[in-house]
Design a protein around this ligand. Structure first.
Ligand code: GSH
Length: 210
């Protein structure tokens, strides 16, 4: 199926129903209280569905009038600037740079492993190794979650919007954090209890957390 960017004023988000990157964008939209059209893309079957508007054919893809964006972080930052309230990035350059670095690390250290674990074609033995690596990496940083209510911040931010989809999927990936990672559990609960987080969930995602 071909998808063409339309000219209506309401934004459209092309999203995968269980795709963690799409989930990030849906969380930001919900936090901002923005009305948008959700267009679900079946990532496994709709080969090249978005190719006319996104050369990489990936979800999430956001269409806002003439603007077509892809890459979850670019979408998240755009939404934060387009809808400034509530702000989801710090104000000062040093803190903003740190946030971007954290987003990069979340991707490199955690999302890379999560993608490998969620890859349906992957070798089960290798997947087990990735599961262990993700488990150990999260447990190792657990003390950091004790310091502040949100990730290295007193305020909820885009970094939390990026981490939440991964924490939500831990159970479905077969990763159960130990009691000593209590700070992560509490942090996750703070994120999951947010009204916007609950609004952001697709039915498929809601089932993942049960
Ligand atoms: N770095 C991208 C990753 C997006 C991505 O890889 N999306 C996958 C779903 S997990 C996708 O659309 N795959 C379909 C394809 O590559 O054809 C982001 O942050 O948005």
């Amino acid at each position: 199926m071909a998808v063409v960017a339309n000219k209506r004023s309401v934004m459209t988000l092309y999203s995968g129903s269980s795709d963690p990157y799409s989930h990030r964008a849906r969380i930001v939209l919900a936090e901002k209280g923005v009305t948008f059209d959700l267009y679900e893309i079946d990532v496994d079957n709709q080969v090249e569905a978005l190719i006319e508007i996104n050369p990489y054919n990936t979800v999430p893809t956001l269409v806002d009038r003439d603007l077509v964006l892809y890459e979850s972080e670019i979408i998240m930052e755009y939404l934060d600037e387009r809808f400034p309230h509530p702000p989801l990035m710090p104000v000062y350059p040093v803190a903003r740079a740190r946030s971007r670095l954290m987003l990069h690390r979340v991707n490199r250290d955690w999302y890379t492993l999560m993608n490998k674990i969620l890859d349906k074609q992957a070798n089960p033995l290798e997947q087990q190794e990735y599961r262990k690596a993700l488990f150990e990496s999260i447990v190792a940083v657990s003390p950091m979650f004790k310091e502040m209510p949100y990730f290295l911040s007193e305020e909820f931010s885009l970094v939390d919007c990026a981490i939440a989809p991964m924490l939500w999927r831990l159970k479905s990936m077969g990763i159960n954090l130990p009691p000593e990672a209590k700070a992560v559990h509490e942090y996750a609960k703070r994120l999951f209890d947010r009204e916007a987080f609950q609004v952001s969930l697709t039915d498929t995602e809601r089932a993942l957390g049960e």
